[in-house]
Design a protein around this ligand. Sequence first.
Ligand code: ADP
Ligand code: MG
Length: 344
Amino acid sequence: MKLSDLGEFGLIDRIRRTFSQRSTKAPIGIGDDAAALSFSSSSTVLATTDLLIEGVHFDLATTDLYSLGWKSAAANLSDIAAMGGKPRFCLIGLGLPRRITVEQIDGFYKGFRALAGRHHALIIGGDTCRSEQGFLVSVTVLGESPRTRIVARSGSRPGDLIFVTGALGDSGAGLEILEKRSGTRRMTGKMTAAERSLVERHLRPVPRVEWGRKIAASGCASAMIDVSDGLSSDLGHICEASRVGAEVLADRVPLTKALLSSKGLRRPALEYALSAGEDYELLFTVPANKLRKLRNLRIPVTGIGRIMAGRTMTLITAAGTRLPLEPSGYDHFRPRVRTKGARP
Ligand code: ADP
Ligand code: MG
C-alpha cells in the first residue's frame, strides 16, 4: 500500500491502532498534542516531539537560522500549550549537511533559546550527526501539568462552543509572500507594514503557552488542540477524537487587518485560516455552562461555531449557505502544495 493511500493521519492512526502501547503510567499516548505520563500522583509529564526537514518544512532561501531555531521551539511549545502544560526541558537532534556553518548553528540555538527562555524551558540534551541530504531538526519537549488539568482532544460534546485564540491565516500568507520574493530575488526589497507583519508571524510564531495554562487551569475547556495544520484539519482532529461534528461560521473566523488588507495574495483570506496552518493559536471547545469561566480569563478569543452531534463538519457562509468543511490542511503524504514552509 502506498503512503498516499493512507495520508499522514491515516498512517498515524494505523501506527496507533497496531503498535500503540499504553499503561496506567501513560494515560494519554499516541493521538493527542503530547503524551501524558504519570510518575507521581501529583503531576503529569507531557512529552512531544517534532521533526523539521529542509525542503519539506523549511527552505534556507526563505528562513534565517535564528528564525528556524525559534520556530522549532514554537512548534513543540505549542503542543505543550495545547495540553494546558508548562514546558520544562528541551532535547534537540540535528542532522547537519557539511555546508552549514558553525555561525549558522549558533544562530539556530540563539533563536531556539530566545523563545524557550521566555518560558523558562531549558535545553538539556539532544544528538548531532552528519546528514548527506538536507538539514534535519528533531526537537523533543518535556512539560508538566497538574494531573487534573490536562485538556485532551477527545472531550468535546454536542452543544459545546468552539473558540480560537488570536487570529488565523497570517502565517500561511506570510509564507506565500516569502516564496514570491525569493522566487524573484526581491528578498531585501521593501515590504509594506502589513506584509512584514504576516512574514513575522510565519517566521517567529508565538505559541500561546500562558493562555493554554490559564484555559486548562480554569477548567472551562472540554477539548483543545493547537492550530498547526490549519483550522479545518485541526478542528477535524478534535471532531475525530471526540466523535462529534461541527458547524463553523465563516464570518466569525478571526482574521487580522494585515491579512485582509494585503494585496496580491493568491487566495481569499479565509482560505489561509482554514488550510494553511502554522499559526500556533489554540482551538478549544467550551460547554455553555462554563462560558463565564472563559470570559473571566480575559484572553483574546473568538467564538467561531458549535460542536454538533453526527460526524460532519459544516462551514456556514455570511449569506447562510452551508458548505461541507473538509480537512484541507497540510498532509505530508497528500500534499496539495509540495512543501510546508519551503518553496513549492
Ligand atoms: P502535532 O501536529 O500536534 O505535532 P501529529 O499529527 O504530528 O501532531 O501527531 C499526532 C499524534 O500522533 C501525536 O500523539 C504523536 O505523538 C503521534 N505520532 C505521530 N507520528 C508518530 C509515529 N511515527 N509513531 C508514533 N506516534 C506518532
Ligand atoms: Mg499539536
